[in-house]
Design a protein around this ligand. Structure first.
Ligand SMILES: [Zn+2]
Length: 266
């Protein structure tokens, strides 16, 4: 009886060898959460030098289909380095997750005469995305790197040309939007209901950034997610367009971010 069992066991070993494990996605490994050197690292001449703070920000990374470009990794690692040097430590809230979303704003604006209803329908995919991935809030920032946020020829491409990223702060991380346009957008996106801050990045546009530009799109969008608005100063991280030198933040901005990060973690 013992011999029969042993033979059976041996027979089992002669079956087909199991397939080798799939190569890990670089975005999914813990090594991805290491800071990288800032490339093209000339500091802007007028950049402020803020006093570092000490806060932790948890980030949930979502990765869209076909997004595996080294440029995305570079963005992530540069953001970790940029914020880490200023005392805002970005850590993974959990393993990165794959999502099936290709683009969020891809359709034409339909012909409904009621403008509110038209915008409401056009923004529905973004609203659903926030609903699916950032609710209920869990005290982290949701960063989604998708193939694109908006597709060529869509109404959104006309409105938000060359948009690399988009971010929504949460009630914890920002005050009520000051202007009516921002309030209307928040209404259409149903952002008054509790949700985690969301950053959307377009991989297609990230890899098209000019080679001289420091890879700071994600660092910039995380600033928005933590409540910062745009700044006119071209030596500031929150300038609206990518520049050639490494910008920084003021003490006041960093203090605002630290307060937002603490409120988010509560
Ligand atoms: Zn911005």
């Amino acid at each position: 009886m013992v011999l029969a069992l042993l033979l059976t066991g041996l027979a089992g070993c002669t079956g087909a060898t199991p397939p080798p494990p799939a190569a890990p996605d670089p975005l999914l490994t813990p090594e991805a959460w290491q800071p990288a050197d800032l490339v093209a690292g000339t500091r802007c001449a007028g950049a402020p030098t803020p006093e570092p703070v000490d806060v932790l920000v948890r980030v949930q990374l979502l990765v869209g289909p076909t997004v595996d470009e080294p440029g995305v990794l570079r963005e992530l690692q540069t953001a970790i380095r940029f914020w880490g040097e200023r005392g805002v430590r970005l850590v993974p809230a959990g393993p990165a997750r794959h999502v099936a979303t290709h683009a969020l704003l891809s359709g034409p604006l339909d012909a409904d005469r009621d403008e509110e209803a038209r915008l409401d329908r056009a923004l529905a995919p973004v609203r659903d995305f926030v609903d699916t991935h950032a609710r209920p809030p869990r005290g982290r920032i949701v960063v989604a790197v998708l193939p694109t946020i908006l597709t060529n020829g869509s109404w959104a491409a006309d409105v938000f040309q060359d948009m690399v990223g988009l971010a929504f702060a949460s009630p914890e991380t920002s005050a009520t939007p000051a202007d009516e346009a921002a309030r209307a957008l928040a209404r259409h996106l149903d952002l008054e209901r509790p949700h985690d801050p969301v950053v959307l990045l377009s991989r297609d546009d990230l890899v098209r950034q000019p080679p001289w530009a420091p890879p700071l799109a994600l660092a910039h969008e995380l600033g928005h997610a933590l409540g910062l608005e745009h700044e006119a100063d071209r030596d500031n991280l929150m300038r609206a367009r990518q520049g050639r030198c490494l910008p920084d933040l003021t003490d006041a901005q960093l203090a605002q971010v630290a307060a937002a990060a603490r409120a988010l973690a509560r």
